[in-house]
Design a protein around this ligand. Structure first.
Ligand code: NAD
Length: 500
């Protein structure tokens, strides 16, 4: 059985633990590897290596740090086909989606390559007579990242490029469901010239995570995953004096106004609801048509499009499927369970993905695209994150009712409005209690030079990921106030603060 270990101090390190987790190929249902789950001691060893490497790395010029990231970017590009296959073989997503996630990750690397500019800080001349003040943005030390299964390349790349560029060392704890891609990224960082110990991968579960949350040598924790775990990470790591950004789950609504271009809205919804089998934190899982007529037209068009949805293995000869399998059998069971919950709660099951005929499905974890109508707030399929290819239509009579439904929801990650009316769009952007908003854009993931994060129970901690918030998160500011009384020039010999 192929075993996946750790990456410590610049090379693959054999795991000692006798605890393992299985890694599957979701398209076939076969186990492809087992990942060795790190012990607490192995995790402490990773922290020691990262701490040791910090002394040198933090003093390397930002320009040189950026040059290593430039080389890393070239290597990821050169190996994009292999990486996309690796992602698809453990996650299940189709190759075009896997390449898409690599591109989004690389955009953060490109942003991090501008680090000399981003670390310039602030400067004020003459805050007193002959006195200047300036800020230094300095690295924190050892940082840790804990990532979910659904973006094994992109989410780690939201974190480590900026952290490393700022001069920190890093320990990545990937999802145990698809750990091979982060391991490969670690090797490519090494090939790019990153010194040993600056980036480490510890494969594990709660045992290793708990060490990262509590060990006093770890300064900051970035987390992306489900809300209950995000909340636990935030509470535990901040109680241990660390800065934390913990991104959680989502239930994203898309409002379709009566004046929207419906063909565009339906095209957007198909990609946003069913792409990557709905396993995206920015997936649209609730369509909110305003008015009965909009709802009827929307439903009719969605049914036609769902009939054309190509579901099948992520890696096929010829054109990609639209959507691959779910990540594990357990997750498939959960999603199938939610479809039954929806039926039992009285929502109208318009298209039942359980009945889809899927070519080449074998023992893979497949379910077809599913559509519910007449879903109401309060139903579990509206309240809870399903994280599968299940789209709910929740009809509302007015724009205000749509806004209320979204604002009353526990999650506030992403949302969108489709309309031709600038005033409605403007009002939506202002009133909506959600962190990322799209206007005629279904999945409004901010570009790397903006920051990514939700509101409410979709994010714990004040700072979002990547972009300017990423740089703030991975640096601490020091403000220097200085004067140089030379004894020669009379006017600077007297210390007068602030300004008289
Ligand atoms: P998860 O919460 O189960 O796991 C995330 C990480 O936490 C993994 O590395 C896992 O090993 C670790 N973990 C799990 N249980 C733990 C525990 N008890 N103690 C310590 N660590 C633990 O999430 P997942 O199923 O891998 O990913 C899907 C979830 O991630 C969805 O809820 C999705 O919305 C969310 N997500 C959010 C965003 C965002 O930006 N907000 C992005 C991607 C995914």
């Amino acid at each position: 059985m192929n075993q996946i270990h750790h990456y410590l101090g610049g090379s693959v390190a054999q795991g000692e633990s006798s605890r393992f987790a299985p890694v599957y190929n979701p398209a076939t249902g076969e186990q492809s590897a087992q990942v060795v789950l790190a012990t607490a001691n192995e995790t402490r060893e990773a922290i020691r290596l990262a701490q040791e490497a910090f002394a040198q790395w933090s003093r390397v010029s930002p320009l040189k740090r950026a040059r290593i990231l430039f080389r890393f970017k070239e290597l990821v590009e050169a190996n994009a086909d292999e990486l996309a296959r690796l992602i698809s073989s453990e996650h299940g997503k189709v190759l075009s989606d896997a390449k898409g996630e690599l591109t989004r990750g690389l955009e953060v690397v490109e942003f991090a390559c501008g680090i000399p500019h981003l670390l310039k800080g602030e400067h004020s001349l003459n805050v007193g007579t002959g006195v200047d003040s300036y800020s230094l943005m300095q690295p924190l030390g050892v940082c840790a990242g804990i990532s979910p299964f659904n973006f094994p390349a992109m989410v780690p790349m939201w974190m480590f490029p900026i952290s490393l560029a700022c001069g920190n060392t890093f320990i990545m704890k990937p999802s145990e469901k698809d750990p091979s891609t982060p391991m490969r990224l670690a090797e490519l960082l090494g090939e790019a010239g990153l010194p040993d110990g600056v980036f480490n991968v510890v494969n594990g579960d709660k045992e290793s995570v708990d060490v990262l949350l509590t060990d006093e040598r770890v300064q900051a924790v970035s987390f992306v995953g489900s809300t209950p775990i995000a909340e636990y990470i935030y509470a535990t790591a901040s109680a241990h004096g660390k800065r934390v950004q913990a991104l959680g789950g989502a239930k994203n609504h898309m409002v379709i106004m009566p004046d929207a271009d419906l063909d565009q809205a339906v095209g957007a919804l198909m990609g946003a609801a069913y792409g990557s089998a709905g396993e995206r934190c920015m997936a649209i899982s609730v369509a909110v048509p305003v008015g009965e007529e909009t709802a009827e037209r929307l439903r009719e068009k969605l049914v036609v499009e769902l009939d054309k949805l190509r579901v099948g293995p992520g890696q096929v000869d010829g054109p990609d499927n639209d959507m691959g399998p779910l990540v594990t059998r357990e997750h498939l069971k959960k999603v199938l369970g939610y479809i039954q919950v929806g039926v039992d709660e009285g929502a109208e099951l318009v298209v039942d993905g359980r009945e889809a005929r899927i070519e080449g499905a074998g023992n893979g974890y497949f379910v077809g695209g599913t559509l519910f109508d007449r879903v109401k707030p309060g139903m579990r399929i509206h309240r809870e994150e399903i994280f599968g290819p299940v789209l709910c239509i929740a009809r509302v009579p007015s724009f205000d009712a749509a806004v209320t439904m979204i604002n009353d929801h526990e999650y506030g990650n992403g949302t969108a409005i489709f309309t031709r009316d600038g005033d409605a769009a403007r009002q939506f952007c202002e009133q909506i209690q959600v962190g990322m908003v799209g206007v005629n854009v279904p999945i409004p993931v901010p570009m790397a030079f903006h920051s990514f994060g939700g509101w409410k129970r979709s994010l714990f901690g004040p700072l979002h990921m990547h972009g300017p918030d990423g740089v703030r998160f991975y640096t601490r500011m020091k403000t220097v106030t200085q004067r140089w009384p030379s004894g020669i020039r009379e006017e600077t010999n007297h210390f007068t603060m602030p300004t008289h």
